[in-house]
Design a protein around this ligand. Structure first.
Ligand code: XIL
Length: 412
């Protein structure tokens, strides 16, 4: 006769199997371009750099496809150099151009690391984008300090923004002028000021989250943007995460750029909106392609660029179905950008899983969130990206959203 403990163990195993099946069911079975032998073979070289001129030709302007770099040299220097010669053609400094790195003491600028990244880009015939001139994180120790609101708006921000932008010169495609100003708990119908105040971040509150605001209006943002407009010949970008869908936070982005346009006199055709895109391969954790496209098109109607600025994409488990889901979602984001009339930059955040800032746990599944694995080896997504570029460069019409699953989309 079966003992009670065996029965319990047996029932538990059924529950565990059922839960595993449920988790698996949430990961759709997707179609990929690399399932087609033609694109599979074509993608094997991973030489995206050779396709980029043809991508740019079709777009009618240079298309920038890149990733992050930190000065002086990455741990895997040869690997990194090879990838920035063959796979990526565009570079952003992961940390070296941030405020703490560039102005560690007030008016005492150390721009060598930031310029070093730009130099590294030049050595690899890659283009460079600037990140960032204003953010509430990674500040130097002297900030927030005891600067007054008028000192911040009239001196501190203009000096910082102008010095950093000028030092990098004219070969920068775009600068993230302000980063992450908007609240995660924004609601529809908030004004741009409310969208920012609701975020409870310096300088609209004291740095410790206390209730005493340093500034009570958006004068700090206007100061950063007006300064950037004077010194940056490239696009001026508002960059944020958890944006791109039809939702209240994205609505706040539209409110904010309208405010900058009206009150800081920033022309729409000098502006871009950066969608960081730190996303996950699970429904609800990424923006479906149709929603991204709607948002990009709404910006295009204003004359504003859309940029994907920091893409990484965690997966729930490191198995084939999840790796394919990752490839489908990344492919959809890339297609959304490629087929948009106003998207010319697509930047991935961290080059490989062993150096990614996205780590397992903490709602990030098993992480594995970059385009190359722990050992620098390619994954399905790495090849799928190459295939998507090839298909676009060939002049093919836009295809379906693959992340929706096989039932909704068959790739030709
Ligand atoms: C991250 C870097 O990747 C980390 O190395 C650093 O410790 C923290 O910042 N949004 C941004 C990026 O705009 O600058 C952040 O980069 C990731 C989130």
């Amino acid at each position: 006769m079966t003992s009670p403990s065996t029965m319990v163990a047996f029932s538990l195993s059924i529950v565990v199997t059922a839960l595993a099946a449920l988790a698996q069911a949430q990961t759709p079975n997707v179609s990929l371009l690399i399932d087609d032998p033609y694109y599979y073979d074509l993608a094997q070289s991973l030489d995206v750099r050779s396709l980029l001129p043809f991508v740019s030709l079709r777009k009618g302007a240079a298309f920038h496809w890149g990733s992050t770099y930190s000065y002086p040299a990455a741990a895997e220097a040869n690997w990194t150099s090879e990838k920035f010669s063959t796979y990526w053609g565009h570079i952003v400094a992961e940390n070296d151009c941030k405020w703490y790195a560039t102005e560690p003491e007030r008016q005492d600028f150390t721009l060598s690391a930031c310029e070093g990244v730009s130099q590294y880009a030049a050595e690899h015939f890659a283009t460079f984008r600037g990140h960032n001139t204003f953010w509430h994180n990674q500040l130097p120790a002297w900030l927030p300090g005891n600067v007054t609101a008028s000192d911040l708006v009239n001196n501190v921000i203009p000096t910082h923004v102008s010095t950093v932008i000028k030092s990098l010169g004219w070969n920068v495609t775009s600068w993230d002028v302000t980063n992450e100003l908007i609240s995660d708990t924004a609601t529809y119908n908030m004004t741009s000021l409310e969208c920012v105040l609701n975020a409870d971040r310096w300088p609209t509150v004291t740095y410790d989250g206390g209730s005493t605001p340093l500034v009570t209006n958006l004068s700090f943002a206007y100061a950063a943007w007006r300064t950037a407009l004077m010194y940056d010949p490239g696009k001026l970008v508002y960059n944020d995460y958890s944006t791109g869908a039809q939702d209240a936070k994205t609505e706040c982005v539209f409110q904010l750029i309208a405010d900058l346009n009206i009150n800081a006199s920033i022309p729409y055709n000098r502006m871009g909106v950066g969608f960081q895109s730190h996303v996950g391969a699970q429904e609800g954790y990424y923006v479906p392609k149709a929603e991204l496209e709607t948002t990009f098109a709404r910006l295009a109607a204003l004359g504003v660029d859309a940029l994907v600025t920091e893409m990484d994409l965690w997966i729930q488990a490191n198995d084939t179905i999840n790796q394919r889901y990752q490839a489908a979602i990344w492919g959809d984001y890339l297609d959304a950008c490629l087929y948009a009339s106003n998207c010319f930059e697509f930047v991935n955040w961290d080059n490989r899983d062993d150096t990614s800032w996205i780590t397992p746990g903490d709602g990030h599944g098993v992480a594995m969130a970059t385009l190359f694995d722990m050992y620098g080896n390619p994954k399905p997504v790495t090849y799928e990206i190459m295939a998507r570029f090839a298909r676009y460069a060939e002049g093919a019409a836009e295809m379906c959203a693959t992340a929706l699953g096989t039932e909704s989309c068959t790739v030709y």
